[in-house]
Design a protein around this ligand. Structure first.
Ligand SMILES: Nc1ncnc2c1ncn2[C@@H]1O[C@H](COP(=O)(O)OP(=O)(O)OP(=O)(O)O)[C@@H](O)[C@H]1O
Ligand SMILES: [Mg+2]
Length: 348
């Protein structure tokens, strides 16, 4: 009887060599298959190196195809290249008001005296700092910005800059205020989905860094690439690699089986739209809601609390984030059924 089979993990062993490389935020050293796009972004920035005005750029494309990664790469290289240009990156999904955007920029340029100051005052401070040099300002998820006048202000107040906007919305410019649009006049850069062999190569590299040798065999890796290609989103592939690894670990197995991959694919639905904006607890809460859709808020809190022992306030805040981002719906059935406790539903 093989009680201690060597195919099993010991309690302190893991299939992951480096789990961090499967994080959505992880920025690989080389961004393959996006050389042309990075080149285009660099061309927009180039005049700043010579002390001239840069142009602006609007980047569009579907989720998970390297838009953010390409911009961050260019910013990183630019900063290594010159001290004369300041790189700023703002995620407008997280910072969705003019004030929040400006405070974020203040932090990035090292301006600390933000307390009790109004947006306009802070804007003046930023302008003072940035106008000593030149700036590349990336406004990611720009369509989530609730107050677009901040774009206008940045265009007006910063003298030598490139404003790079990223969005999934192809028609973003059309909804922009005419005054802002006519000042921006951005060049357009569209990112296309990756081809099958590109997805395979990208995931192959992550796999190599993430797992110990022999953990994920060719035949079990293929369905992950397949699914990722179907979804056209690299995050799907990263998610599946991680979840399949977790499934193998849960069985204390040293290698990932076809069933582990299928299990991971089965868990996917709930994460399909969840970008980095959701933190781990929010994702867990979403999972709970998926499993208990239609239950009352109190019941959902009970289950959540059992797992995380967090205060009702934290729970409400996380619930609000999920609601705001349209993952869930909270319906008050008071008038219909007289129930006082609203119910939570997963959005289809
Ligand atoms: N060419 C590539 N090489 C290696 N990793 C990549 C490549 N393209 C994308 N990725 C990885 O895929 C994930 C998603 O990429 P990214 O965040 O840039 O997508 P995005 O186009 O900005 O999507 P969204 O519109 O949803 O924000 C990231 O973890 C990123 O590192
Ligand atoms: Mg992005």
């Amino acid at each position: 009887m093989a009680l201690f089979n060597q195919n099993f993990l010991q309690h302190d062993e893991t299939v992951f060599k480096d789990e961090l490389v499967l994080d959505y935020e992880y920025l690989p050293h080389i961004l393959k298959f996006r050389e042309n796009q990075q080149q285009h972004i660099a061309t927009i920035i180039k005049p700043l190196f010579a002390g001239r005005m840069g142009s602006n750029l609007l980047i569009t494309g579907k989720p998970g195809i390297g838009k953010t990664a390409a911009c961050k790469h260019v910013l990183r290289e630019m900063e290594q290249h010159s001290e004369k240009i300041i790189g700023i990156y703002v995620n407008c999904w997280k910072q969705d008001t003019a004030f929040k955007v400006i405070v974020d920029i203040c932090q990035q340029v090292g301006y600390k005296w933000v307390q009790n100051k109004k947006t306009n005052e802070l804007m003046d401070e930023i302008a003072k700092i940035l106008n000593k040099k030149a700036a590349v300002i990336v406004l990611d998820e720009i369509d989530k910005l609730k107050e677009e006048q901040v774009i206008y202000q940045l265009v007006e107040d910063i003298s030598k800059k490139c404003i790079i906007m990223i969005t999934n919305e192809k028609d973003f410019l059309a909804i922009l205020d005419q005054r802002t649009r006519s000042r921006l006049i951005p060049e357009l850069l569209e990112f296309n989905a990756y081809k099958y062999n590109e997805i395979e190569a990208i995931l192959e590299e992550r796999k190599k860094f993430a797992f110990y040798e022999g953990v994920l065999k060719e035949e079990t890796f293929a369905p992950i690439v397949e699914k990722c290609f179907e979804e056209e989103d690299i995050r799907t592939g990263l998610y599946l690699l991680k979840e399949a690894g977790n499934a193998a670990e849960n069985r204390s197995s040293k290698s990932i089986s076809g069933e582990d991959v299928q299990k991971a694919i089965g868990k996917m639905a709930v994460f399909q739209q969840s970008k980095t904006i959701l933190d781990e607890e929010e994702k867990e809460l979403l999972k709970i809601i998926k499993e208990h859709s239609g239950e009352s808020i109190n019941k959902i809190y009970e289950i959540y609390n059992e797992k995380f022992s967090k205060s009702d306030r934290t729970f409400r805040r996380k619930l609000a984030t999920l609601k705001e981002n349209k993952f869930i719906e909270v319906r008050d059935n008071k008038e219909l059924t007289g129930e006082t406790n609203p119910r939570v539903y997963l959005k289809k």
